[in-house]
Design a binder for this molecule. Structure first.
Ligand code: GLA
Length: 377
């Protein structure tokens, strides 16, 4: 469907068929939140929702059509100027490719996707990674997925102005189908963890829309960096509970709580990856519940609606799995891991008991772990 919409939109706008099409998935993070920019660990899954980009080279200018918004952009790919909104993501990727020495040709480019923005599923990373994938192919270059991801991350930091970590882009570029990806955000060591066949990933939208540009995200990052400095370590990755406890009283109390979340969630991520690899959903679920509490009490990034949704899911699932708010925070989605045979009753429970701020039942996605970005034409 997405492919038809993309190609029909390309034809309507540019009167032709695209030469190249790439796709890149969104992601849902199972555990390890705000750990990436602290050099810690995260455990995302790529989801079946994605962004697709179609391209046909020709001419000096880059003509871009965002089909979902019915909006256009046009610029010189050899001298990219900043622009606001969705255009910043496109221009940022082209700019970064140029800086990396890639000769991006001009041409016609159309974008379509099925990830709603602000739902915490990384529509922006999937756009960046899909774009980089299609434009690298157009330039005749082959890059490994990690290199693509890091370029996409730089585009977001430099052109969009969110000092994001590398989790979203790596998840979108490098995850294998049917797997979760354990990322060491410092060494960039990646481990594919096979999702046990009887485990389902459920994503429930709180209906509270968030944005990373509202300042809270960059503020959390500053608090973490200050805590690391105060603890005398390069990043919170290098601190542990004992070091933090010894610094109680020296650290600002808010920074102390922020650091406690990051140190704890990084440790929980490693434990959850090991538990999942061993098929131990009970232990994985317990770690996810602890992670939610830590996000709420120490990191201060949950909101009443996601607290309620996570509590409802955890009550419905019981000890058999677990649920937590996922992504940057302040709304977005709650992710749950549960035995596949429990999907129907757990979905029925949230549909009957949870209402979004608009008073509606939540949107639910059963996310079979998808493959990272690829060229499909
Ligand atoms: C956003 C950022 C990521 C990461 C998460 C929180 O999605 O883009 O880099 O920091 O928030 O884990």
């Amino acid at each position: 469907m997405l492919q038809e919409r993309l190609c029909a939109g390309f034809a309507a706008r540019f009167g032709d068929v695209p030469a190249l099409v790439a796709r890149a998935p969104g992601r849902v993070n199972l555990i390890g939140e705000h750990t990436d920019y602290n050099d810690g660990f995260a455990l995302p899954v790529a989801i079946p929702l994605e962004t697709r980009v179609a391209f046909r080279p020709g001419g000096d200018r880059m003509l871009v059509c965002a089909l979902d918004f019915g909006e256009d952009d046009a610029f010189d790919p050899a001298a990219v100027a900043p622009a606001p909104g969705w255009r910043a993501y496109v221009r940022g990727v082209v700019d970064q490719l140029g800086r990396a020495g890639v000769r991006v040709p001009g041409g016609a480019l159309a974008i379509a996707g099925d990830i709603d923005r602000g739902t915490g599923l990384s529509s922006s990373a999937s756009l960046e990674v899909a774009l980089a994938t299609v434009l690298l192919a157009a330039a005749g270059e082959r890059w490994d997925p990690l290199r693509v991801a890091l370029l996409a991350q730089r585009a977001e930091c430099d052109f969009v102005g969110v000092r994001c970590g590398n989790l979203d882009q790596i998840a979108s570029a490098a995850t294998a189908a049917g797997h979760a990806l354990l990322i060491d955000c410092r060494s960039l060591d990646l481990r594919q963890i096979a999702m046990p066949a009887d485990v389902a990933v459920l994503i429930v939208q709180s209906g509270v829309v968030r944005g990373l540009l509202d300042g809270e995200y960059n503020l959390r990052r500053q608090q973490c960096e200050r805590a690391a400095r105060e603890l005398g370590v390069a990043a919170l990755r290098d601190a542990d509970a004992a070091l933090l406890a010894a610094a109680q009283g020296r650290l600002d109390p808010v920074d102390h709580r922020r650091a406690r979340h990051v140190i704890g969630d990084s440790r929980r991520t490693l434990a959850a990856a090991a538990a999942l690899a061993a098929g131990d959903l009970v232990a994985t679920g317990r770690l996810m519940r602890e992670s939610h509490v830590s996000q709420a009490e120490d990191f201060g990034i949950t909101v009443p609606h996601t607290d309620r949704l996570a509590a409802l899911l955890n009550a419905a699932i019981g000890e058999a799995g677990g649920a937590r708010q996922t992504g940057g925070g302040f709304g977005g989605a709650v992710v749950a891991l549960l035995p596949r045979h429990r999907l129907a009753d757990v979905q029925a429970a949230v549909l009957s008991d949870y209402r979004t701020p608009a008073g509606e039942p939540p949107e639910i996605t059963v996310a079979y772990p998808a493959a990272g970005a690829s060229l499909i034409r």
